[in-house]
Write a protein that binds this ligand. Sequence first.
Ligand code: ATP
Length: 319
Amino acid sequence: IKRIGVLTSGGDAPGMNAAIRSTVRIALYNGLAVSGIRRGYQGLIEADIDDMQIVDVGDIINRGGTKLLTARSEDFMTEVGQKRALDVLRMFEIDGLVVIGGDGSFKGAKRLWDMGFPTIGIPGTIDNDLAYTDLTLGFDTAVSTVVSAINNLRDTSSSHGRVSIVEVMGRHCGDIALFAGLAGGVEDILVPERKFDLDEVARKILQGRRRGKLHSIILIAEGVGKSYEIAERLEALIHQEVRVTVLGYLQRGGTPSVTDRILGAQFGQRAVELLLEDKFGRVVGIRDNKIMDMAIEEALNEPKRFDQDKYDLAEILSL
Ligand code: ATP
């Protein structure tokens, strides 16, 4: 391998820049040339590619988003698009590719590897929905962002004795709600992995009120259902106004946390090492505090486990 390419794909996540910086600098340090591919697989198909030097990744470790830009590419979902991507990689004399993104991006990376092109995946998505790794890039920062929002809401909710519903990201995976709920000390956490009973939620709020609790914050992952509808049903049960705050894209941005920066550095390093060792078709991750790697296919097949212990703990602590 003489030249590697790097791209970011799918939703952006804080820490992607740290991973780009590390990938580029570790590759250059090892005498490889680096091509930066802009706008994910779409940019690859359109040959939106430039050489990258050490200075090109200066001043980005502290920035959210991705310097290489990202995209979702319909074209790359087709065989024609994938062949075109392969042609472009060959045309630019790229011998190995580092893909930073979520599970969709990994499926794309697997396609390239199935066609014989050396590819390595780095998990970058705020959702933490990849089962094989304890953490994905961006998750830690997103959770901190949600916790800050909860802190602010707590102040105003306490002053007014209000009930608040906070909707966070997570269509299938409730990790952001779970971790932020535990860290933020909220009254209830509703996640797509577990059924909820609104009567139970209401009872808890009413009990808390009787005990003199000044506020109630309920965290809902977006996959649970429509927050405004849930709020209306809850209002009818507790006879009190329920305010909804949808955090939305706020959760995607922000300066990356220490954890995401260090993870980005380590993931980039392992990704380049794998390419140098001729180990392809793999993804990097972290398990039990150790950087690890495994076959893409195996990683994609691993079912995501819900952290029931944390869920139960949050439930007990919110009594
Ligand atoms: P996030 O978790 O932030 O949504 P993601 O990587 O899962 O990130 P997707 O939109 O699912 O985001 O995937 C990004 C891109 O990867 C898609 O736009 C598409 O180009 C490519 N991709 C997704 N699934 C496949 C697939 N089955 N085969 C080939 N390419 C795919």
